[in-house]
Design a binder for this molecule. Structure first.
Ligand SMILES: [Zn+2]
Length: 592
């Protein structure tokens, strides 16, 4: 198995410590090696075996290494098939000379930039940046370091900041040398106050991930089979809702091989015509429903009343079950929160009630956190499961493909969310999305959303024939195609105070251990098979189920009626737009 060594001089800087934490989050444990003597870098490089890849810290090594030691080091590099990351976090003369010598003159130096706001991943022949190639992202405005590249020296630019190279790759003899200039390395263990802190700092961690994946391959945590999903919020089970003609949409979905999940408001379970339900049932190969709130009042799951939220979980689940009995439609045990908002108490209620196996939302953080709690390392996972072990699968509105490219790059499912307005021109928008997604990942799997999330996992090889596998839902499915014997250690985040009564694998009780907030168990297999895992967690039930009162019921009904009038009449009639403003005000007042 391959090893990572981070070579530095003097002390392990904060940036190098962050790089070590980032590598650990990707599945690679780094060893730090200090260069003490001015001419010992060449000796350290000489002693590296073919399974060791190295990071050289230009900032500290350039202070201690003599010029002849650097020339000796690059002469050794040329003869090796090592993967090297030259990391520079300063723009001094010493660091520039360090890069110039160790890249055989391909780089001339490092330039500080006062402000940079855009990160781009150019489309390269080698596709080293995977799904990110050709996409750009906003960056938190601020200073940066960029690289001065010598033209005609075979430098492949992998990432630019405002058009200037900041992460490149160059071949030095047999060695593949990556060079990354950055002011900071993201601390993936630092608690965050907003997801944006992570999203707008992508240039501080993506280059490290690219280097580690190319150097360590399957030893890095990776999702071997990305899935996709599409959710439409709010509609009733009627052939036509707002701008959506479901018959037309589902015909297109069957033709293009994608799946539509309708986020259905459980309060509506008793409504709808038998003939419409039959139409949906005819498309059950590409259509299903999941829960969208319970009553869908304004900011329903933003409430902090834990007992009432727990109660709503059971009511929403019962109503969806009644819908299934009435219509025969498959009911996905997933929750979509109204207005994308939920509180920390709502997360606790989701996890305690065990009525749903995951949340699908544009936001990975509860809205009422009083102090930073979520770490960047949690956001690198396919599902964010740091609150009570309850997974949140991130979904995105359509703007362009960049957010979906990033999701796939990080091993997350690509989940599109839309409302009826998206279908003004019929299913053309979804068709465009589906074909763009298949260009990004030709092997993308379209299944129902619940199928996608219950297959989502991370895997890494820990030794010959041994793998670790991190999954996120109480119900999990692994399709194993290989015939080679293998040992798997399955891991799922479950808080220490959550009772787990049984773990079954293909129906058989399996012993498991609990350690550091993780539940794990091991299995061996030597045949292609589907492995079904179930965790049995007794639900916490509400102490009382108080009736919400007639006034509340009337307001819920009024809100539903007004929302549907807005979607079916006002949105489709431009002369009624003025009335919509009055309606918006009325909806706000009924949102208690
Ligand atoms: Zn909604």
């Amino acid at each position: 198995m391959r090893r990572l060594k981070i070579v530095y001089s003097s002390t392990i800087s904060e940036r190098l410590a962050h790089l070590g934490s980032l590598a650990k989050a990707i599945g690679i444990t780094a060893e730090y090696v200090s260069v003490v003597h001015p001419s010992s870098l060449a000796r350290i490089v000489e002693e590296m075996d073919r399974d060791t890849h190295i990071v050289l810290d230009a900032a500290s090594l350039s202070d201690v290494c003599k010029e002849d030691d650097l020339y000796r080091s690059v002469a050794i590099l040329r003869t090796r098939r090592l993967t090297v990351l030259l990391l520079t976090t300063t723009a001094g003369k010493g660091a520039s000379q360090f890069l110039e010598i160790l890249t055989d003159g391909a780089l001339q130096g490092i330039d500080p930039v006062r402000e940079s706001t855009n990160v781009s991943f150019p489309d390269t022949i080698c596709k080293a940046t995977g799904e990110l190639a050709s996409y750009s992202y906003p960056r938190r405005p601020g200073g940066a370091l960029v690289l001065a590249v010598r033209i005609g020296m075979g430098v492949e630019t992998l990432m630019t900041l405002d058009g200037a190279p900041a992460f490149v790759r160059v071949l030095v003899g047999g060695a593949t040398v990556f060079v990354w200039s950055t002011v900071r390395i993201f601390d993936v263990d630092r608690p965050l106050t907003a997801e944006r802190e992570f999203e707008e700092a992508l240039d501080e961690y993506i280059p490290a991930i690219i280097f580690l994946r190319l150097a360590f391959g399957r030893q890095c945590w990776h999702n071997p089979s990305n899935g996709a999903g599409m959710v439409i919020d709010d509609p009733l089970l009627r052939n036509n809702y707002g701008f959506i003609s479901f018959r037309q949409l589902l015909e297109s979905s069957r033709q293009h091989g994608y799946h539509v999940t309708l986020a259905f408001i459980p309060w509506n379970y008793w409504r709808g015509h038998a003939s419409d339900a039959k139409m949906f049932l005819n498309y059950s190969d590409c259509f299903s429903v999941c829960a969208h709130g319970c009553d869908h009042t304004n900011r329903e799951f933003r409430s902090t009343d834990y007992e009432s939220l727990l109660n709503k979980n059971f009511i929403a689940h019962q109503r969806m079950e009644r819908l299934r009995q009435r219509t025969g439609l498959a009911n996905e045990p997933l929750m979509v929160c109204p207005q994308e908002q939920y509180s920390l108490e709502a997360m606790r209620a989701f996890a305690d009630s065990r009525q749903f196996i995951g949340l699908v939302c544009t936001a990975c953080m509860p809205r009422n956190l009083t102090y930073p709690q979520l770490r960047g390392a949690d956001l690198l996972l396919p599902a964010q499961d740091s609150f009570f072990g309850f997974p949140v699968f991130k979904r995105h509105y359509w703007r362009d493909m960049s957010v979906f490219a990033m999701a796939l790059f990080l091993g997350k499912p690509a989940i599109l969310v839309e409302h009826h307005e998206f279908f003004r021109k019929g299913p053309a928008g979804v068709d465009t999305f589906v074909s763009a997604l298949s260009k990004l990942r030709p092997d993308i799997k379209w299944t129902s959303l619940v199928e996608t999330v219950t297959r989502t996992h991370l895997r890494r090889q820990v030794s010959e024939g041994k793998y670790e596998l991190r999954f996120f839902t109480d119900r999990f499915k692994l399709e194993r195609e290989s015939v080679a014997p293998a040992e798997y250690r399955f891991i799922r985040r479950i808080p220490a105070d959550t009772q787990v009564s049984h773990v079954t694998v293909n129906g058989w009780d399996t012993p498991f251990i609990r350690e550091d907030g993780l539940l794990s168990f091991e299995i061996r297999t030597n045949q292609p098979q589907t492995i079904h895992v179930e965790l049995e967690v007794p639900p916490v039930r509400p102490t009382a189920m108080p009736s919400p009162g007639i006034k509340y019921e009337v307001l819920v009904a009024l809100r539903r009626g007004l929302s549907e009038f807005r979607d079916n009449v006002i949105a489709r009639n431009r002369f009624a737009l003025r009335a919509s403003r009055l309606l918006a005000r009325a909806l706000k007042q009924t949102g208690s």
